[in-house]
Design a protein around this ligand. Structure first.
Ligand code: HEM
Length: 452
């Protein structure tokens, strides 16, 4: 049976999905260009943990800017919708327009977040994590995450405890080394705060826990290509279990239901620690933005006035959201068809991979006048963004349940650092409100100073 016939056969068994969204088929040349300009550089930068050298090279190489331009050319050539590449093996489809994004993200069936690639990578340290959970177990695991992270509340009910821990760990950075701030020094204080928030105060100094997690994440960057390090995984799990067993009051761990092997509430925590990494990068990038945008800095300073609620901070929140639009920390949102899907003008078999490439949506200067500018005020107005065109936290029922917690954590850190201080950017690249902001920004290389 030819491939097309087999696909039609599968679809007769029940197709769902793309509806009227147009599906085009890429030529061989365009498929090779996508592999060379988008896929390989995205994987090379590190999907599970950023590779420092590649991130540094990105400062000159600007791989994401090249990928965005390629996507724009493909949209011009194929007219939007979705684009099926001409690759061997499982079909791979790119979303070229927001109607394709809406189709893919508006339900987790038949477009599942638990793709083969993600499962191969993330199962090395979170085999029962929600993001790689298919089928019926997804709903109870999602519920456990939503409850512990207070996903539906703008402010987590533990906000007072969380901001107190942040203040204790982050405030000393204002004075040390004349207020100089660079990645390594910031990360040390940041992770102390995060371990206290997630696992409790007794985990504050457990650097080894995160060293082990980083080792597992470095292996996960290679998906199936590297052998599993079972010894490291066991050591990580033992240390983590010891912290979780305390269920320290005031920690996120204390909000999980008691352990049981099927839903595995404790098995969600490795993802939380992993995902908090992205928030650290975002804090430094936001500080860099505020350092070089005096007008926006003055606007955001309204949040720091005495008497403002220390937990809401709407303007700093907007600054973080705008930074995440400019530099989304999950550039590739993957989905996998759990059954055959019907698209306008084409059928796709089960197990097709779909890619939503966030930098294209966020930095599309052919449609967004503000694509390369820092304009946080747009986030104050509820109409300032559309759910399907800004996907820093994904969208729909697979949206990040940690979103509000991340915004609370990052804005609380910024508030501590910025009270009576002004950030100055000491390092390159040269950033200015008068220049388009680079599509790649190496957060490891940022150096700042907080000036009284
Ligand atoms: C800047 C920080 C963060 C960003 C930008 C972010 C973004 C995202 C994105 C884009 C997804 C969807 C991924 C996909 O579909 O492949 C996701 C999923 C998820 N995130 Fe976050 N995240 C952040 C931090 C956190 C934190 C700190 C937690 C927990 C404490 C968390 C918990 C989760 C969970 C549990 C999922 C899986 C959701 C599901 O599959 O239904 N995230 N996040």
């Amino acid at each position: 049976m030819r491939v097309e016939e087999r696909e039609r056969e599968q679809v007769r068994g029940g197709a769902a999905g793309g509806g009227q969204v147009r599906l085009s088929r890429a030529g061989v040349g365009d498929t090779l260009r996508v592999a060379r300009i988008l896929l390989l550089p995205t994987v090379a930068q590190g999907l599970v943990i950023r590779r420092r050298l590649v991130t540094l090279a990105g400062r000159w190489w600007q791989p994401d800017a090249r990928a965005v331009r390629l996507m724009q050319r493909l949209r011009g050539r194929y007219g939007g919708g979705a684009l099926r590449l001409r690759n061997p093996g499982r079909p791979l489809v790119l979303a070229l327009s927001t109607d394709a994004v809406r189709t893919l993200l508006s339900d987790t069936e038949p477009y599942s977040p638990a793709t083969v690639e993600k499962t191969a990578a993330l199962s090395r340290f979170q085999p029962h994590g929600l993001l790689i959970t298919p089928g019926a177990l997804r709903a109870p695991r999602r519920a456990v995450n939503e409850r512990a992270l207070d996903a539906d509340l703008p402010v987590h009910h533990l906000a007072a405890a969380i901001t107190a821990k942040i203040s204790e760990e982050i405030a000393p950075l204002r004075e040390q080394m004349g207020g100089r701030l660079a990645w390594d020094r910031f990360a040390t204080a940041y992770w102390r705060a995060v371990r206290r928030i997630v696992l409790g105060d007794a985990a504050r100094d457990d650097d080894e826990l995160l060293d082990l997690l980083s080792m597992l994440r470095r292996d996960a960057n290679w998906a199936q290509l590297r052998p599993r390090q079972d010894g490291v995984r066991q050591r990580f799990q033992r240390r983590l279990n010891a912290h979780l067993a305390r269920r320290e009051p005031g920690s996120l761990a204390s909000l999980l239901p008691p352990p049981e092997p099927v839903v595995d509430p404790y098995g969600q925590v490795p993802h939380w620690l992993f995902a908090y990494d992205a928030a650290a990068a975002t804090v430094l990038r936001t500080l860099a933005m505020l350092a070089v945008h005096p007008a926006q800095r003055a606007w955001a300073a309204a949040d720091l006035r005495p008497g403002e609620s220390p937990h809401r901070l709407p303007r700093l929140r907007a600054c973080v959201l705008e930074t995440l639009r400019l530099w989304p920390t999950t550039p590739a949102i993957l989905r996998e068809g759990t059954r055959p899907t019907r698209w306008g003008g084409g059928l796709l078999p089960a197990r097709t991979s779909f890619l939503v490439y966030a930098p294209f949506l966020h930095r599309d200067d052919q449609t967004l006048p503000y694509a390369h500018r820092f304009e946080p005020a747009r986030w104050i107005d509820a109409n300032g963004h559309d759910e399907w065109s800004t996907v820093s936290f994904s969208a729909g029922p697979g949206r990040c349940p940690g979103r509000n917690l991340v915004l609370l954590t990052t804005t609380a850190i910024l508030a501590v650092l910025l009270r009576d201080r002004e950030p100055r950017l000491l390092s390159g690249p040269s950033l200015s409100p008068d220049l388009p902001l680079p599509v790649n920004l190496d957060h490891f290389g940022l150096r700042l100073r907080l000036v009284p």
